[in-house]
Design a protein around this ligand. Structure first.
Ligand SMILES: NC(=O)c1ccc[n+]([C@@H]2O[C@H](COP(=O)([O-])OP(=O)(O)OC[C@H]3O[C@@H](n4cnc5c(N)ncnc54)[C@H](OP(=O)(O)O)[C@@H]3O)[C@@H](O)[C@H]2O)c1
Length: 277
């Protein structure tokens, strides 16, 4: 089976696939490479990694051995919190590029808005964009007030904001703000880390459309113009998650899914985050 994954045209005209493979926690080298190669084989054309995931080398290797041309794959990586600041970000980017074994990255993101640093971090990302080392500048885990601080200093607005987003955390206000500013929204933990797959309402809709709960959720993202990056190391799930472009949810089903929002996070809040690494 191969799938053609539709793309979203970003503010600068670059096309980003609506679905990519997230590779967080894929630290077993062979398992990670196998998962990425499987994804590329069946039609995924985007991989979402980060310096923090310690698998940028594996991403590069999977791409080089996939048989898919580099320029047909959209690679995202991110600068980790302890490397933020202007010069530090430029250095962190060099390290990521080397590990990936690539000569450019498609999308480079500030991983979290580290207080007093995230604006300088973004200015370095902007410089990498001007120097054509990245095709798209972006951020992750930025609330509206973080973005506004960046707008005040940047020449080019971020074109992507990657945030936790799923039916239990639908982020409607942030999505509207991003839309106004031509910032594409990417959902991380689009399946709520697997924690919302047993939801009764989602399972009921899955029964109605003859799809799995995961497919219903990923379709909900797509119909809301949200890019998603579900993670799986399981070949059958990697395939299942890509089969979401051959059916449609009705307006009523979309409305039922919208009503599941309870502002519930499975990860940390960008206003109050703390990592021990
Ligand atoms: N920017 C950020 O701060 C940030 C934070 C977190 C994540 N992310 C990105 O977002 C990606 C996805 O987020 P995530 O990994 O936290 O959560 P997720 O994609 O919502 O869920 C992943 C979990 O769901 C399982 N799963 C996947 N497809 C399934 C299916 N069809 N049926 C049943 N279970 C399924 C996976 O299991 P198996 O792997 O065992 O199959 C895994 O345990 C990450 O990999 C990363 O790239 C970014």
């Amino acid at each position: 089976m191969t799938v053609v994954i539709p793309t979203k045209t970003l503010a600068n005209g670059v096309k980003m696939p609506y679905l990519g493979l997230g590779v967080y926690k894929m630290t077993n080298r062979e398992e990670a490479i196998q998962a990425m190669r499987k994804a590329l084989e069946i039609g995924y054309r985007a991989i979402d990694t980060a310096a923090l995931y310690y698998n940028e080398e594996e991403v590069g290797e999977a791409i080089r051995t996939s048989g898919v041309r580099r320029e047909d794959i959209f690679v995202t990586t991110k600068v980790w919190n302890s490397d933020q600041g202007y010069d530090e970000t430029l250095r962190a980017f060099e390290t990521s590029l080397k590990k990936l074994g690539l000569d450019y990255v498609d999308l480079y993101l500030t991983h979290w808005p580290v207080e007093d640093k995230f604006v300088d971090t973004y200015r370095a990302i902007e410089r990498l964009y001007e120097e054509k080392m990245i095709r798209v500048p972006g951020v992750s885990n930025h609330h509206r007030h973080h973005l506004e601080k960046i707008f005040a200093k940047a020449n080019v607005k971020p074109m992507v904001n990657q945030v936790e987003l799923h039916p239990y955390l639908s982020q409607e206000e942030l999505r509207a703000f991003c839309k106004e500013n031509e910032i594409a929204v990417t959902a991380w933990s689009p399946l709520g880390r697997g924690g919302i797959l047993q939801d009764d309402a989602i399972m009921k809709i899955a029964g109605e459309v003859g799809k799995s709960a995961a497919q219903v959720i990923l379709r909900w993202h797509y119909q809301h113009d949200i890019i998603s990056i579900p993670k799986s190391v399981t070949p059958s799930r990697i395939e299942e998650n890509a089969q979401v472009f051959d059916f449609e949810l009705s307006a009523e089903q979309m409305g039922q899914l919208d009503q599941l929002n309870k502002n519930q996070r499975f990860g940390q809040n960008p206003d109050n985050f703390k990592f021990d690494f």
